[in-house]
Ligand binder design. Structure first.
Ligand SMILES: [Zn+2]
Length: 51
């Protein structure tokens, strides 16, 4: 297994770290859904840009 240098996201509920592409799903309306595969925690409409 090669070590991939993808950014990781730490779940605020279970503190498990997952690759960002594993837990984040981009929607067609530019919203992003976070889903933790470990505990099932889900957050919708994450702001992806800060202005
Ligand atoms: Zn979790």
């Amino acid at each position: 297994m090669e070590k991939i240098s993808l950014p990781v996201v730490v779940c605020p509920v279970c503190n498990n770290a997952h690759n960002i592409e594993e837990v984040l799903t981009a929607q067609s309306n530019q919203n992003v859904i976070y889903h933790c595969p470990n505990c099932g925690y889900e957050v919708k409409n994450i702001e992806t840009s800060k202005g």
